[in-house]
Design a protein around this ligand. Structure first.
Ligand SMILES: Cc1cc2nc3c(=O)[nH]c(=O)nc-3n(C[C@H](O)[C@H](O)[C@H](O)COP(=O)(O)OP(=O)(O)OC[C@H]3O[C@@H](n4cnc5c(N)ncnc54)[C@H](O)[C@@H]3O)c2cc1C
Length: 514
Protein backbone atom coordinates (compact mmCIF):
# COMPACT_ATOMS: atom_id res chain seq x y z
CA UNK A 1 0.00 0.00 0.00
CA UNK A 2 1.29 3.49 -0.83
CA UNK A 3 -0.30 6.72 0.42
CA UNK A 4 1.00 10.27 0.82
CA UNK A 5 0.74 10.39 4.60
CA UNK A 6 0.26 7.75 7.24
CA UNK A 7 -0.85 8.81 10.70
CA UNK A 8 -0.66 6.46 13.69
CA UNK A 9 -3.21 7.34 16.38
CA UNK A 10 -6.87 8.38 16.33
CA UNK A 11 -6.79 10.95 19.13
CA UNK A 12 -6.77 14.75 18.89
CA UNK A 13 -3.21 14.96 17.53
CA UNK A 14 -3.58 12.29 14.85
CA UNK A 15 -7.00 13.57 13.78
CA UNK A 16 -5.79 17.17 13.48
CA UNK A 17 -2.78 15.99 11.45
CA UNK A 18 -5.01 13.87 9.19
CA UNK A 19 -7.53 16.67 8.56
CA UNK A 20 -4.79 19.23 7.86
CA UNK A 21 -2.79 16.99 5.51
CA UNK A 22 -5.97 15.94 3.70
CA UNK A 23 -7.05 19.56 3.21
CA UNK A 24 -3.60 20.28 1.81
CA UNK A 25 -4.29 17.74 -0.91
CA UNK A 26 -2.69 14.60 0.53
CA UNK A 27 -4.01 11.08 0.46
CA UNK A 28 -4.03 10.14 4.16
CA UNK A 29 -4.42 6.85 6.00
CA UNK A 30 -5.00 6.70 9.77
CA UNK A 31 -4.02 3.64 11.79
CA UNK A 32 -5.54 2.99 15.21
CA UNK A 33 -4.46 0.00 17.23
CA UNK A 34 -7.65 -0.35 19.29
CA UNK A 35 -10.94 -1.76 17.96
CA UNK A 36 -13.40 0.94 16.87
CA UNK A 37 -15.54 0.85 20.02
CA UNK A 38 -12.47 1.42 22.23
CA UNK A 39 -10.59 3.81 19.93
CA UNK A 40 -9.86 7.46 20.56
CA UNK A 41 -7.20 7.34 23.24
CA UNK A 42 -7.13 9.78 26.10
CA UNK A 43 -8.80 12.39 23.93
CA UNK A 44 -12.06 10.47 23.92
CA UNK A 45 -12.24 9.97 27.70
CA UNK A 46 -10.82 13.38 28.57
CA UNK A 47 -12.76 16.38 29.82
CA UNK A 48 -12.65 17.46 26.14
CA UNK A 49 -11.64 20.87 27.43
CA UNK A 50 -9.20 23.10 25.54
CA UNK A 51 -7.13 26.18 26.24
CA UNK A 52 -7.27 29.19 23.95
CA UNK A 53 -5.20 32.10 25.23
CA UNK A 54 -6.52 35.60 24.69
CA UNK A 55 -3.07 36.93 23.83
CA UNK A 56 -0.20 35.02 22.19
CA UNK A 57 2.56 37.16 23.75
CA UNK A 58 1.18 36.62 27.24
CA UNK A 59 0.84 32.93 26.41
CA UNK A 60 4.58 32.74 25.66
CA UNK A 61 5.35 34.27 29.03
CA UNK A 62 2.91 31.88 30.67
CA UNK A 63 4.52 28.82 29.06
CA UNK A 64 8.01 29.95 30.10
CA UNK A 65 6.71 30.29 33.67
CA UNK A 66 5.04 26.89 33.59
CA UNK A 67 8.31 25.35 32.38
CA UNK A 68 10.02 26.71 35.52
CA UNK A 69 13.62 25.50 35.66
CA UNK A 70 13.19 23.32 32.56
CA UNK A 71 13.23 25.83 29.73
CA UNK A 72 11.54 24.95 26.45
CA UNK A 73 13.38 25.92 23.22
CA UNK A 74 12.15 29.37 22.13
CA UNK A 75 11.09 28.34 18.60
CA UNK A 76 8.76 25.79 20.23
CA UNK A 77 7.44 28.41 22.65
CA UNK A 78 6.71 30.73 19.69
CA UNK A 79 5.05 28.03 17.63
CA UNK A 80 2.98 26.76 20.57
CA UNK A 81 1.71 30.23 21.50
CA UNK A 82 0.71 31.07 17.93
CA UNK A 83 -0.96 27.73 17.29
CA UNK A 84 -2.84 27.28 20.57
CA UNK A 85 -4.22 30.80 20.11
CA UNK A 86 -6.03 29.47 17.06
CA UNK A 87 -7.59 26.42 18.74
CA UNK A 88 -11.14 27.72 19.12
CA UNK A 89 -11.16 29.18 15.60
CA UNK A 90 -10.04 25.82 14.16
CA UNK A 91 -12.69 23.95 16.17
CA UNK A 92 -15.32 26.45 15.01
CA UNK A 93 -14.37 25.63 11.42
CA UNK A 94 -14.99 21.96 12.15
CA UNK A 95 -18.34 22.88 13.74
CA UNK A 96 -19.34 24.97 10.74
CA UNK A 97 -18.59 22.07 8.38
CA UNK A 98 -20.47 19.60 10.52
CA UNK A 99 -23.56 21.74 11.12
CA UNK A 100 -25.53 20.38 14.04
CA UNK A 101 -24.55 16.79 13.43
CA UNK A 102 -21.80 16.47 15.94
CA UNK A 103 -22.87 16.01 19.51
CA UNK A 104 -23.43 12.53 20.86
CA UNK A 105 -24.66 13.00 24.32
CA UNK A 106 -25.13 9.66 25.96
CA UNK A 107 -23.20 6.89 27.67
CA UNK A 108 -22.39 4.98 24.52
CA UNK A 109 -20.67 7.65 22.50
CA UNK A 110 -19.61 5.61 19.48
CA UNK A 111 -23.06 4.25 18.83
CA UNK A 112 -25.07 7.05 20.42
CA UNK A 113 -27.61 9.30 18.79
CA UNK A 114 -26.75 12.75 17.48
CA UNK A 115 -28.01 15.69 19.50
CA UNK A 116 -28.22 18.99 17.64
CA UNK A 117 -27.45 22.46 18.93
CA UNK A 118 -23.78 22.27 19.75
CA UNK A 119 -21.88 25.51 20.27
CA UNK A 120 -18.49 26.35 21.75
CA UNK A 121 -18.80 27.39 25.34
CA UNK A 122 -16.31 29.03 27.67
CA UNK A 123 -17.13 27.84 31.12
CA UNK A 124 -14.34 27.34 33.57
CA UNK A 125 -12.78 27.11 36.95
CA UNK A 126 -12.31 30.87 36.43
CA UNK A 127 -15.36 32.20 34.72
CA UNK A 128 -17.84 29.52 35.83
CA UNK A 129 -19.97 30.41 32.80
CA UNK A 130 -20.18 32.87 29.98
CA UNK A 131 -20.73 36.42 31.21
CA UNK A 132 -20.37 35.54 34.88
CA UNK A 133 -17.93 37.27 37.14
CA UNK A 134 -14.38 35.95 37.13
CA UNK A 135 -13.04 34.51 40.36
CA UNK A 136 -9.40 35.65 40.36
CA UNK A 137 -8.49 33.18 43.12
CA UNK A 138 -9.51 30.26 41.00
CA UNK A 139 -6.61 30.56 38.53
CA UNK A 140 -4.66 27.34 38.44
CA UNK A 141 -1.30 29.16 38.20
CA UNK A 142 -2.37 32.67 39.16
CA UNK A 143 1.12 33.51 40.43
CA UNK A 144 2.82 32.99 37.05
CA UNK A 145 3.42 35.89 34.69
CA UNK A 146 1.19 35.74 31.66
CA UNK A 147 -1.53 33.67 33.35
CA UNK A 148 -4.02 36.44 32.50
CA UNK A 149 -4.16 35.05 28.95
CA UNK A 150 -6.05 32.01 30.27
CA UNK A 151 -9.75 32.80 30.02
CA UNK A 152 -10.81 29.43 31.34
CA UNK A 153 -11.87 26.04 30.11
CA UNK A 154 -13.33 25.92 26.62
CA UNK A 155 -15.56 23.03 25.71
CA UNK A 156 -18.46 22.02 23.51
CA UNK A 157 -21.93 21.99 24.92
CA UNK A 158 -23.02 22.96 28.41
CA UNK A 159 -20.65 20.70 30.34
CA UNK A 160 -17.24 19.10 29.92
CA UNK A 161 -16.67 15.53 28.78
CA UNK A 162 -19.06 13.33 26.82
CA UNK A 163 -16.32 12.94 24.19
CA UNK A 164 -17.90 15.84 22.31
CA UNK A 165 -14.73 17.27 20.82
CA UNK A 166 -13.55 13.80 19.81
CA UNK A 167 -16.90 13.14 18.10
CA UNK A 168 -16.61 16.41 16.23
CA UNK A 169 -13.18 15.34 14.96
CA UNK A 170 -14.53 11.90 14.01
CA UNK A 171 -17.29 13.59 12.04
CA UNK A 172 -14.67 15.77 10.30
CA UNK A 173 -12.61 12.77 9.25
CA UNK A 174 -15.72 10.93 8.10
CA UNK A 175 -16.94 13.92 6.07
CA UNK A 176 -13.60 13.90 4.25
CA UNK A 177 -13.75 10.14 3.78
CA UNK A 178 -10.30 9.81 5.35
CA UNK A 179 -9.84 6.05 5.82
CA UNK A 180 -9.22 4.81 9.36
CA UNK A 181 -8.05 1.25 9.99
CA UNK A 182 -8.94 -0.08 13.45
CA UNK A 183 -7.19 -2.97 15.22
CA UNK A 184 -4.22 -1.69 13.23
CA UNK A 185 -1.07 -1.32 15.27
CA UNK A 186 2.01 0.40 13.89
CA UNK A 187 4.77 -2.03 14.87
CA UNK A 188 7.79 -0.90 12.89
CA UNK A 189 9.01 2.09 10.89
CA UNK A 190 10.23 1.40 7.36
CA UNK A 191 13.70 2.90 7.18
CA UNK A 192 15.55 3.37 3.90
CA UNK A 193 18.68 4.17 5.87
CA UNK A 194 19.49 5.58 9.27
CA UNK A 195 17.60 8.86 9.65
CA UNK A 196 15.12 8.29 6.82
CA UNK A 197 11.62 6.91 7.41
CA UNK A 198 9.53 5.78 4.44
CA UNK A 199 6.43 4.39 6.12
CA UNK A 200 5.25 1.91 8.70
CA UNK A 201 4.63 -1.77 9.12
CA UNK A 202 1.15 -2.33 10.50
CA UNK A 203 -0.12 -5.44 12.26
CA UNK A 204 -3.81 -6.29 11.83
CA UNK A 205 -5.45 -9.47 13.03
CA UNK A 206 -2.12 -11.24 13.17
CA UNK A 207 -0.83 -10.26 9.72
CA UNK A 208 1.71 -7.61 8.86
CA UNK A 209 1.58 -5.18 5.99
CA UNK A 210 3.95 -2.45 4.83
CA UNK A 211 2.45 0.97 4.20
CA UNK A 212 4.74 3.35 2.35
CA UNK A 213 4.22 7.07 2.83
CA UNK A 214 5.37 9.30 -0.05
CA UNK A 215 5.43 12.44 2.09
CA UNK A 216 5.76 11.27 5.64
CA UNK A 217 4.67 9.42 8.75
CA UNK A 218 3.09 11.11 11.75
CA UNK A 219 3.34 9.43 15.15
CA UNK A 220 0.42 10.49 17.35
CA UNK A 221 0.21 7.39 19.52
CA UNK A 222 -0.14 9.07 22.92
CA UNK A 223 1.96 8.55 26.03
CA UNK A 224 3.30 5.55 27.97
CA UNK A 225 0.78 5.47 30.83
CA UNK A 226 0.40 1.70 30.55
CA UNK A 227 4.03 0.61 30.26
CA UNK A 228 5.19 -0.36 33.73
CA UNK A 229 8.84 -0.62 32.73
CA UNK A 230 8.92 2.88 31.23
CA UNK A 231 7.02 4.14 34.30
CA UNK A 232 9.66 2.66 36.62
CA UNK A 233 12.58 3.96 34.56
CA UNK A 234 11.34 7.44 33.84
CA UNK A 235 8.67 8.43 36.38
CA UNK A 236 10.39 6.98 39.47
CA UNK A 237 7.24 5.09 40.42
CA UNK A 238 7.25 1.43 41.45
CA UNK A 239 4.02 0.93 39.51
CA UNK A 240 1.07 3.01 38.40
CA UNK A 241 -2.23 2.66 36.61
CA UNK A 242 -3.65 5.06 34.03
CA UNK A 243 -6.82 7.12 34.29
CA UNK A 244 -7.13 7.05 30.52
CA UNK A 245 -6.90 4.65 27.60
CA UNK A 246 -5.15 1.28 27.85
CA UNK A 247 -4.05 1.83 24.23
CA UNK A 248 -1.32 4.26 25.25
CA UNK A 249 1.59 1.91 25.81
CA UNK A 250 4.52 3.95 24.52
CA UNK A 251 4.54 2.27 21.08
CA UNK A 252 5.33 5.47 19.18
CA UNK A 253 8.12 6.28 21.59
CA UNK A 254 9.81 2.94 20.88
CA UNK A 255 9.24 3.30 17.12
CA UNK A 256 10.83 6.75 17.16
CA UNK A 257 13.74 5.52 19.27
CA UNK A 258 14.37 2.72 16.82
CA UNK A 259 14.58 5.35 14.08
CA UNK A 260 17.16 7.29 16.09
CA UNK A 261 15.04 9.87 17.94
CA UNK A 262 16.41 11.90 20.82
CA UNK A 263 14.20 12.17 23.90
CA UNK A 264 12.88 15.09 25.96
CA UNK A 265 11.42 15.57 29.45
CA UNK A 266 10.74 11.88 29.95
CA UNK A 267 10.34 12.50 33.70
CA UNK A 268 7.31 14.72 33.31
CA UNK A 269 3.76 13.53 33.84
CA UNK A 270 0.49 14.53 35.48
CA UNK A 271 -0.73 12.32 38.27
CA UNK A 272 -4.05 12.66 40.04
CA UNK A 273 -5.15 11.59 43.50
CA UNK A 274 -7.16 8.43 43.40
CA UNK A 275 -6.81 4.71 43.59
CA UNK A 276 -5.67 2.02 41.26
CA UNK A 277 -8.08 -0.80 40.56
CA UNK A 278 -5.98 -3.61 39.12
CA UNK A 279 -9.06 -5.69 38.29
CA UNK A 280 -10.27 -2.87 36.00
CA UNK A 281 -6.75 -2.36 34.63
CA UNK A 282 -6.96 1.34 35.37
CA UNK A 283 -7.12 3.91 38.11
CA UNK A 284 -9.89 6.19 39.24
CA UNK A 285 -9.41 9.80 40.24
CA UNK A 286 -10.92 10.85 43.54
CA UNK A 287 -10.38 12.09 47.06
CA UNK A 288 -12.37 11.48 50.23
CA UNK A 289 -15.23 13.94 50.34
CA UNK A 290 -15.18 14.70 54.04
CA UNK A 291 -12.31 16.59 55.71
CA UNK A 292 -11.45 13.69 58.05
CA UNK A 293 -8.64 12.14 56.05
CA UNK A 294 -4.86 11.90 56.15
CA UNK A 295 -2.15 11.08 53.65
CA UNK A 296 0.73 9.00 54.98
CA UNK A 297 3.84 7.44 53.52
CA UNK A 298 5.23 3.93 53.93
CA UNK A 299 6.49 4.97 57.37
CA UNK A 300 2.83 5.61 58.33
CA UNK A 301 3.65 9.28 58.98
CA UNK A 302 2.01 12.30 57.38
CA UNK A 303 4.21 14.10 54.88
CA UNK A 304 2.10 16.99 53.59
CA UNK A 305 -0.73 19.42 54.34
CA UNK A 306 -3.63 17.36 52.97
CA UNK A 307 -5.55 20.44 51.88
CA UNK A 308 -2.84 21.09 49.27
CA UNK A 309 -4.33 21.97 45.89
CA UNK A 310 -2.92 19.95 43.03
CA UNK A 311 -2.76 21.59 39.62
CA UNK A 312 -2.58 19.01 36.90
CA UNK A 313 0.08 16.96 38.64
CA UNK A 314 2.01 19.80 40.31
CA UNK A 315 1.58 21.58 43.62
CA UNK A 316 3.31 24.47 45.34
CA UNK A 317 5.68 22.82 47.81
CA UNK A 318 8.53 24.62 49.55
CA UNK A 319 8.23 27.61 47.25
CA UNK A 320 8.31 25.73 43.97
CA UNK A 321 5.88 23.80 41.79
CA UNK A 322 6.74 20.17 42.45
CA UNK A 323 5.17 17.00 41.07
CA UNK A 324 2.19 16.02 43.24
CA UNK A 325 0.93 13.39 43.68
CA UNK A 326 4.16 11.81 42.57
CA UNK A 327 4.78 8.87 44.87
CA UNK A 328 3.12 5.94 46.56
CA UNK A 329 0.96 7.03 49.50
CA UNK A 330 -1.81 5.81 51.75
CA UNK A 331 -5.12 7.62 52.23
CA UNK A 332 -6.68 7.11 55.68
CA UNK A 333 -10.20 8.29 56.55
CA UNK A 334 -12.84 7.92 59.20
CA UNK A 335 -16.50 6.86 59.22
CA UNK A 336 -17.89 10.42 58.93
CA UNK A 337 -15.78 10.99 55.84
CA UNK A 338 -16.84 7.65 54.34
CA UNK A 339 -20.46 8.75 54.68
CA UNK A 340 -19.78 12.26 53.35
CA UNK A 341 -19.90 11.10 49.73
CA UNK A 342 -18.30 8.90 47.09
CA UNK A 343 -14.53 9.14 46.74
CA UNK A 344 -15.04 8.95 42.98
CA UNK A 345 -17.75 11.41 41.95
CA UNK A 346 -20.58 10.20 39.71
CA UNK A 347 -20.34 10.36 35.94
CA UNK A 348 -22.86 13.21 35.83
CA UNK A 349 -20.61 15.42 37.98
CA UNK A 350 -17.30 14.68 36.27
CA UNK A 351 -17.58 12.83 33.06
CA UNK A 352 -14.15 11.56 32.13
CA UNK A 353 -11.71 8.73 32.60
CA UNK A 354 -11.69 5.22 31.21
CA UNK A 355 -13.34 3.50 34.22
CA UNK A 356 -16.41 5.72 34.05
CA UNK A 357 -16.68 6.61 30.38
CA UNK A 358 -15.82 3.22 28.87
CA UNK A 359 -15.95 0.58 31.62
CA UNK A 360 -19.07 2.25 33.05
CA UNK A 361 -18.07 1.65 36.62
CA UNK A 362 -20.53 3.34 39.02
CA UNK A 363 -18.91 4.07 42.39
CA UNK A 364 -21.26 3.57 45.34
CA UNK A 365 -22.57 6.67 47.12
CA UNK A 366 -21.30 5.59 50.54
CA UNK A 367 -18.15 3.80 49.29
CA UNK A 368 -19.55 0.58 50.80
CA UNK A 369 -19.40 -1.50 47.60
CA UNK A 370 -15.71 -0.68 47.14
CA UNK A 371 -14.99 -1.64 50.75
CA UNK A 372 -16.82 -4.88 50.08
CA UNK A 373 -14.70 -5.46 46.96
CA UNK A 374 -11.54 -4.97 48.99
CA UNK A 375 -10.43 -1.87 47.07
CA UNK A 376 -10.62 -0.02 50.39
CA UNK A 377 -9.39 -1.69 53.59
CA UNK A 378 -11.02 -1.27 56.97
CA UNK A 379 -10.06 -1.71 60.64
CA UNK A 380 -11.55 -1.08 64.08
CA UNK A 381 -8.57 1.04 65.06
CA UNK A 382 -5.71 2.75 63.18
CA UNK A 383 -3.40 -0.07 64.30
CA UNK A 384 -5.84 -2.68 62.95
CA UNK A 385 -6.10 -0.87 59.62
CA UNK A 386 -2.31 -0.56 59.43
CA UNK A 387 -1.96 -4.35 59.60
CA UNK A 388 -4.23 -4.69 56.54
CA UNK A 389 -2.29 -2.03 54.62
CA UNK A 390 1.12 -3.46 55.51
CA UNK A 391 2.04 -0.43 57.63
CA UNK A 392 3.59 -0.31 61.09
CA UNK A 393 0.55 -0.46 63.46
CA UNK A 394 2.13 1.56 66.28
CA UNK A 395 3.33 4.22 63.83
CA UNK A 396 -0.12 4.72 62.26
CA UNK A 397 -1.78 4.76 65.68
CA UNK A 398 0.70 7.44 66.79
CA UNK A 399 0.15 9.45 63.60
CA UNK A 400 -3.61 9.57 64.13
CA UNK A 401 -3.17 10.50 67.80
CA UNK A 402 -0.69 13.28 66.94
CA UNK A 403 -3.01 14.60 64.23
CA UNK A 404 -6.04 14.56 66.54
CA UNK A 405 -4.03 16.42 69.19
CA UNK A 406 -3.15 19.04 66.54
CA UNK A 407 -6.86 19.38 65.75
CA UNK A 408 -7.63 19.91 69.45
CA UNK A 409 -4.90 22.57 69.62
CA UNK A 410 -6.17 24.18 66.41
CA UNK A 411 -2.73 24.19 64.80
CA UNK A 412 -0.70 21.71 62.77
CA UNK A 413 2.97 22.40 63.55
CA UNK A 414 4.17 19.48 61.40
CA UNK A 415 2.65 20.42 58.05
CA UNK A 416 0.67 23.64 58.48
CA UNK A 417 -2.76 22.24 57.55
CA UNK A 418 -5.11 25.24 57.88
CA UNK A 419 -7.17 25.42 61.08
CA UNK A 420 -10.49 25.11 59.20
CA UNK A 421 -9.32 21.76 57.78
CA UNK A 422 -8.17 20.35 61.10
CA UNK A 423 -11.04 17.94 61.64
CA UNK A 424 -10.12 15.05 63.96
CA UNK A 425 -10.51 11.44 62.86
CA UNK A 426 -13.33 9.97 64.92
CA UNK A 427 -13.37 6.70 66.84
CA UNK A 428 -14.96 3.70 65.23
CA UNK A 429 -14.20 2.06 61.93
CA UNK A 430 -11.35 3.56 59.98
CA UNK A 431 -10.59 3.06 56.29
CA UNK A 432 -7.64 3.27 53.98
CA UNK A 433 -6.21 2.45 50.60
CA UNK A 434 -2.79 2.44 49.08
CA UNK A 435 -2.23 4.28 45.87
CA UNK A 436 -1.05 7.37 44.18
CA UNK A 437 -0.68 8.72 41.74
CA UNK A 438 -3.09 7.57 39.09
CA UNK A 439 -1.48 8.65 35.83
CA UNK A 440 -3.49 11.12 33.78
CA UNK A 441 -0.87 11.46 31.06
CA UNK A 442 2.85 11.39 30.44
CA UNK A 443 4.51 14.37 28.78
CA UNK A 444 7.88 13.23 27.47
CA UNK A 445 8.92 11.38 24.34
CA UNK A 446 10.74 11.91 21.07
CA UNK A 447 12.27 15.35 20.72
CA UNK A 448 10.35 17.52 18.27
CA UNK A 449 10.96 20.88 16.65
CA UNK A 450 8.61 23.71 15.70
CA UNK A 451 7.83 21.90 12.44
CA UNK A 452 6.76 18.80 14.41
CA UNK A 453 9.72 16.91 12.95
CA UNK A 454 11.23 14.17 15.12
CA UNK A 455 14.83 15.06 15.92
CA UNK A 456 17.80 12.85 16.58
CA UNK A 457 19.89 13.39 19.74
CA UNK A 458 21.99 16.02 17.94
CA UNK A 459 18.97 18.03 16.84
CA UNK A 460 18.91 16.88 13.21
CA UNK A 461 15.52 15.92 11.81
CA UNK A 462 14.79 12.32 10.97
CA UNK A 463 13.56 12.52 7.38
CA UNK A 464 9.94 11.61 6.86
CA UNK A 465 9.07 11.37 10.58
CA UNK A 466 6.80 13.76 12.50
CA UNK A 467 5.09 13.61 15.88
CA UNK A 468 2.34 15.43 17.76
CA UNK A 469 0.39 15.25 20.98
CA UNK A 470 1.04 13.41 24.17
CA UNK A 471 3.76 11.27 22.56
CA UNK A 472 5.92 14.39 22.72
CA UNK A 473 4.07 17.13 24.51
CA UNK A 474 5.58 20.60 24.65
CA UNK A 475 5.37 20.67 28.46
CA UNK A 476 8.63 20.19 30.31
CA UNK A 477 7.13 20.81 33.78
CA UNK A 478 3.75 22.33 34.74
CA UNK A 479 0.73 22.73 32.48
CA UNK A 480 -2.78 24.03 33.06
CA UNK A 481 -6.18 22.51 32.29
CA UNK A 482 -7.01 22.26 28.59
CA UNK A 483 -3.42 22.68 27.49
CA UNK A 484 -2.79 19.05 26.55
CA UNK A 485 -5.59 18.98 24.02
CA UNK A 486 -4.64 22.38 22.61
CA UNK A 487 -1.02 21.19 22.27
CA UNK A 488 -2.16 17.98 20.56
CA UNK A 489 -4.37 19.90 18.11
CA UNK A 490 -1.68 22.56 17.56
CA UNK A 491 1.17 20.21 16.73
CA UNK A 492 -1.19 17.89 14.88
CA UNK A 493 -1.93 20.79 12.53
CA UNK A 494 1.76 21.70 12.33
CA UNK A 495 2.65 18.09 11.49
CA UNK A 496 -0.12 18.00 8.87
CA UNK A 497 1.25 21.15 7.21
CA UNK A 498 4.89 20.09 7.42
CA UNK A 499 4.24 16.68 5.96
CA UNK A 500 2.09 18.13 3.16
CA UNK A 501 4.16 21.15 2.17
CA UNK A 502 7.62 20.20 3.42
CA UNK A 503 9.80 22.33 5.66
CA UNK A 504 11.83 25.33 4.41
CA UNK A 505 15.42 24.28 3.64
CA UNK A 506 16.91 26.87 6.02
CA UNK A 507 15.49 24.96 8.95
CA UNK A 508 17.21 21.60 8.60
CA UNK A 509 18.85 21.66 12.03
CA UNK A 510 16.60 22.51 14.90
CA UNK A 511 17.51 24.76 17.76
CA UNK A 512 17.01 22.13 20.37
CA UNK A 513 18.63 24.06 23.17
CA UNK A 514 16.48 26.45 25.17
C1 LIG B 1 -9.29 11.30 32.26
C2 LIG B 1 -8.51 12.34 31.48
C3 LIG B 1 -9.02 13.62 31.34
C4 LIG B 1 -8.32 14.57 30.60
N1 LIG B 1 -8.91 15.78 30.39
C5 LIG B 1 -8.27 16.70 29.61
C6 LIG B 1 -8.91 17.90 29.25
O1 LIG B 1 -10.09 18.11 29.52
N2 LIG B 1 -8.19 18.81 28.53
C7 LIG B 1 -6.90 18.58 28.14
O2 LIG B 1 -6.29 19.44 27.51
N3 LIG B 1 -6.30 17.40 28.41
C8 LIG B 1 -6.96 16.45 29.10
N4 LIG B 1 -6.37 15.24 29.32
C9 LIG B 1 -5.15 14.92 28.57
C10 LIG B 1 -5.51 14.78 27.07
O3 LIG B 1 -6.74 14.09 26.95
C11 LIG B 1 -4.45 14.06 26.25
O4 LIG B 1 -3.17 14.48 26.60
C12 LIG B 1 -4.66 14.30 24.76
O5 LIG B 1 -6.00 14.08 24.42
C13 LIG B 1 -3.73 13.38 23.99
O6 LIG B 1 -4.09 13.38 22.63
P1 LIG B 1 -3.22 12.48 21.63
O7 LIG B 1 -3.90 12.56 20.32
O8 LIG B 1 -1.80 12.87 21.71
O9 LIG B 1 -3.29 11.02 22.24
P2 LIG B 1 -4.55 10.06 22.48
O10 LIG B 1 -5.82 10.81 22.43
O11 LIG B 1 -4.27 9.29 23.70
O12 LIG B 1 -4.55 9.11 21.19
C14 LIG B 1 -3.50 8.22 20.95
C15 LIG B 1 -4.07 7.10 20.08
O13 LIG B 1 -2.99 6.32 19.51
C16 LIG B 1 -3.39 4.95 19.53
N5 LIG B 1 -2.18 4.14 19.43
C17 LIG B 1 -1.28 3.85 20.39
N6 LIG B 1 -0.30 3.08 19.89
C18 LIG B 1 -0.58 2.87 18.58
C19 LIG B 1 0.05 2.13 17.53
N7 LIG B 1 1.19 1.45 17.73
N8 LIG B 1 -0.52 2.13 16.30
C20 LIG B 1 -1.68 2.80 16.08
N9 LIG B 1 -2.33 3.48 17.04
C21 LIG B 1 -1.78 3.54 18.27
C22 LIG B 1 -4.12 4.83 20.85
O14 LIG B 1 -4.94 3.67 20.89
C23 LIG B 1 -4.93 6.13 20.88
O15 LIG B 1 -6.17 5.98 20.26
C24 LIG B 1 -7.06 14.25 30.03
C25 LIG B 1 -6.54 12.95 30.16
C26 LIG B 1 -7.27 12.00 30.87
C27 LIG B 1 -6.73 10.61 30.96
Amino acid sequence: VIVDVVVAGYGAAGMAAAITAHDAGCEVLVLEKMPEDLAGGNTRVSGNVWFNPTDADLAKEYLRGLAGDYAIPEPLVECWATEVSGTTAWIEQRLAEAGADVERDDRDPVKGAFVPGLTPYAGSQRSRGVGEEIDEDAFEFGDLPGHECDDGFHHLGPQTGYARLWHLLRASLAARAIPVQFDARAVELVQASVGTVEGVVVERHGTRETILARRGTVLATGGFENDQELIRHHLRLPAALPWGSPGNTGDGLRLAQNAGAGLVHMHNFAGVMGLGVPELGCGMAGVPKGPGFLLVGRDARRFVDESLQDRHGKAMLHGRYEPFPAQMMFTIFDEATRLAGPIVVPFEQHNSGWPKAIRRYEWSHDNAAEIQRGWIQTGDTPAGLARKLGLDPAALQATVERYNAACAAGTDPEHGRPAEDLVPLGDGPIYGYAWGPVIMYTCGGPRKDEHARVLDPDGFPIRGLYCAGEISSTYSWAMAGGQMISDALAFGRVAGRSVAFGVPPDSTRASNVA
